[in-house]
Design a protein around this ligand. Structure first.
Ligand code: PLP
Length: 385
């Protein structure tokens, strides 16, 4: 078993903790010495060799391979994109909305980019149907009422960015499959905090960026595509790095790669791809099972503490991820108050977002609760009865 002092020593690899209690991985993961070194390695090679593109392309393939390994997939099934939105858009551009299946069914808990990208497909024939929450959650049964034989795809967030609710991926995926619809899982708010076996999830597309719980800078994201689907989809959002041989420099032919690289477009985000193997190695050295257990313990401690203080909790106790959201009267004021105590969190609407990763401790939870207790007037109370 990894002891808490081992987690403590991992924390020492993230300099931000010298000055701050960092609880904002749902916005941006903290910077580790390993990721910093990998960025510097890219800069050094640029300084020393000017344009060592052969080696840089090797790094880009190394990032693909390490992400593929992490999610239990093959490198050829993974596209490297500059942000999740680009990967989602490439898939959207490849789908045909002119047939019998033209519905896109998604919950209101999706990140806005998901809604916006599929709404942008309306002129191409897409019909968007939003599934409405019931008592702060969207049960699989609500998806069941919306997914039908006309449904083409169900985009599904694994964990909601706004309230930390974890979707019932197994049940919703089964409903979609039984009715012949595709499923796109957006794992951005969870990816990096637990083991992932993308094939066991049985989805068709899996998308995540690397800047949150994967602890990388912004500018790199991944799209996994079910291998049987890859060649049947031809994105119209494309470019030379999406071609079978980008270095053929053939302006007169459109020849999409036979691998998931066909979902890519132009020059890869090179400085960022350097960071991916470094970050995954650091996370893997602790172990994703252990990280998941650690994060669950911290989230549970916060839920218990918030309940004791009678603060209204927006995240259900039984179906959550690394993000716990508390309801505030003025969430921005709460963020500022915590910042004045060197505690970094964020807000969305009336929710105060507190998120946990391998580097956090029970002391972080205590420090946060202490500030909230002293400023209880900022919170919405749950006085029961
Ligand atoms: C669940 C989720 N999906 C997608 C995104 C946006 O992805 P990108 O900016 O990489 O397109 C975010 C960003 O916060 C997110 O939380």
């Amino acid at each position: 078993m990894r002891t808490s002092s081992e987690f403590e020593s991992v924390r020492n690899r993230f300099p931000v903790f010298k000055n701050k209690i960092y609880l904002n991985s749902c916005s941006q993961g903290a910077l580790s010495d390993a990721v910093e070194a990998s960025l510097l390695a890219h800069i050094r090679s640029w300084h020393e060799d000017g344009s060592p593109w052969d080696r840089w392309v090797e790094q880009y393939e190394a990032a693909r391979a390490s992400f593929a390994r992490f999610i239990g997939a093959q490198p050829d099934e993974v596209a490297i994109v500059s942000c999740a939105s680009v990967g989602i858009s490439a898939v959207g551009s490849a789908l045909n909305f002119g047939g019998r299946r033209r519905k896109v069914v998604m919950g209101e808990f999706e990140f806005p980019t998901m809604g916006q990208i599929w709404l942008a497909q309306q002129p191409r024939g897409a019909e968007i149907q939003f599934v409405v929450p019931e008592h702060g959650q969207i049960p699989a049964s609500a998806y069941g009422k919306a997914i039908d034989e006309q449904t083409l795809i169900v985009p599904l967030t694994h964990v909601c960015f706004m309230n930390g609710v974890r979707s019932d991926v197994v049940a919703i995926t089964k409903l979609a499959r039984d009715r012949g619809a595709l499923v796109m899982l957006d794992d951005y708010q969870d990816c990096g905090t637990r083991p992932i076996d993308v094939k066991a999830l049985d989805v068709d597309f899996y998308v995540s960026g690397a800047l949150k719980y994967l602890l990388c800078p912004s500018g790199v994201a991944f799209l996994w595509v079910r291998p049987e689907l890859i060649r049947s989809l031809t994105p119209t959002i494309t470019g030379w790095f999406g071609q079978q041989n980008p270095f053929a420099f053939d302006v007169k032919h459109f020849d999409p790669a036979v691998t998931a690289r066909r979902f890519e477009s132009g020059s890869p985000p090179l400085p960022h791809v350097f960071t991916v193997p470094a970050a995954l190695e650091l996370l893997g050295s602790v172990g994703f099972d252990r990280i998941a257990g650690h994060v669950a313990t911290l989230a549970q401690a916060l839920l218990v503490g918030a309940r004791e203080l009678k603060i209204k909790i927006k995240t259900p106790a039984d179906t959550r991820g690394p993000l716990v959201v508390l309801q505030m009267k003025d969430s921005e004021a709460a963020v500022k108050k915590l910042a004045s105590h060197n505690i970094v969190v964020s807000s969305r609407m009336d929710g105060l977002r507190i998120s946990f990763h391998l580097y956090n401790t029970l002391d972080d939870v205590r420090a946060l609760l202490e500030v909230l207790q002293k400023n209880i007037n900022l919170t919405v109370r749950d006085l029961g009865g």
